[in-house]
Design a protein around this ligand. Structure first.
Ligand SMILES: *Cc1c(COP(=O)(O)O)cnc(C)c1O
Length: 304
């Protein structure tokens, strides 16, 4: 039994009406850990457990850490999540609700991650949030479910942080005979590490992350995501933080589901009817979700 669930696939009548093209939603916001991340991380955790792992270690105070915590609780494996001092009380509370041991260490993610690495013993497994072939394999199940249902989109809109979701979705398209279906890769200004890689012709490290979409805040995308840009049709779109926030609010009104601005970036591509969508008549949006924002936070950030 996989740790993720098969999520609903529904048409968004409001998006279809406002864009003039049928638009479908893959609702991974409904995953038990609040985001798609449990697909890949759940798959990797099960594989590590089968190989004898006795403890899972993560350095993510976001949705990746929540997915590891959920997987560990379900599999009966202890989980340690090391997070920096900047981590919100809400994130720590959510991790503890999943029975993870939360260690607060260092002023930045780099310091927390270095400490997490130093804890790793022989029988531990470290779960990377996006750069691991097992993670991509697990994320690919999202596309398996869509093809199994008989639905065939002509474009897929998704958000890119470190590029794990995109690598998994494209792997899924290829293993289901959808290797020509374009992907529209949404990022926010200030977290656009995939866009920067496309511009530079190689992966590059952003100096600072300035976007409020914290779940997109990988300074460098994984090489796998960049490799796919050479072999698969991908269009990179960058939206503003404001657009992502407004999209979250509108989505809550339209579908009664609260998602993070990281997911709002993809929703904004559709709500703003971006020119990149023009050629398509059956769009699939990966509603990747995210559990770390409240509606109050989103409204406060929107006011600026
Ligand atoms: C992690 C995450 C992303 C980005 O996924 P990557 O695999 O890092 O590209 C987008 N949205 C949400 C809600 C996330 O948790």
């Amino acid at each position: 039994m996989a740790l993720h669930i098969a999520t609903p696939l529904i048409e968004s009548c409001s998006m279809s009406a406002s864009t003039g093209r049928p638009t479908w939603l893959k609702l991974d916001a409904m995953q038990p850990s609040g985001s798609f991340k449990i697909r890949g991380i759940g798959y990797a955790c099960e594989a590590y457990l089968a190989k004898g792992a006795k403890r899972f270690i993560s350095s993510s105070g976001g949705n990746a850490g929540l997915a590891v915590a959920y997987a560990g609780r379900r599999l009966g494996v202890p989980v340690v999540v090391v997070v920096p001092e900047t981590t919100t009380e809400r994130a720590k509370t959510l991790l503890r609700l999943e029975k993870a041991e939360v260690i607060v260490h260092g002023a930045s993610w780099q310091e927390a991650n270095a400490f997490a690495q130093s804890l790793i013993c022989e029988s531990d497994a470290f779960l990377h949030p996006f750069d691991d072939p097992m993670i991509w394999q697990g994320h690919a199940t999202l596309i398996d479910e869509i093809f199994r249902s008989g639905h065939k989109p002509d474009a897929v809109v998704l958000s890119v942080g470190g590029g794990g979701l995109m690598s998994g979705v494209i792997e899924g398209l290829h293993r289901n005979g959808g290797s020509t279906i374009p992907v529209i890769a949404a990022e926010t200004t200030g977290a656009a590490s995939f866009h920067a890689a496309i511009e530079a012709g190689r992966t590059v490290e952003l100096e600072h992350i300035t976007s409020i979409a914290t779940s997109l805040g990988a300074k460098r995308v994984c090489e796998e995501a960049f490799r796919w840009s050479k072999k698969h049709p991908i269009r990179s779109v960058v939206v503003s933080d404001q657009s992502a926030l407004t999209a979250c609010e509108r989505f809550l009104d339209d579908h009664r589901i609260l998602v993070e601005p990281a997911c709002g970036a993809s929703l904004a591509v559709v709500y703003e009817n971006a020119p990149e969508l023009k050629a398509f008549s059956n769009v699939l949006v990966v509603v990747c979700g995210g559990a770390t924002f409240t509606i109050d936070q989103i409204r406060q950030l929107e006011r600026g």
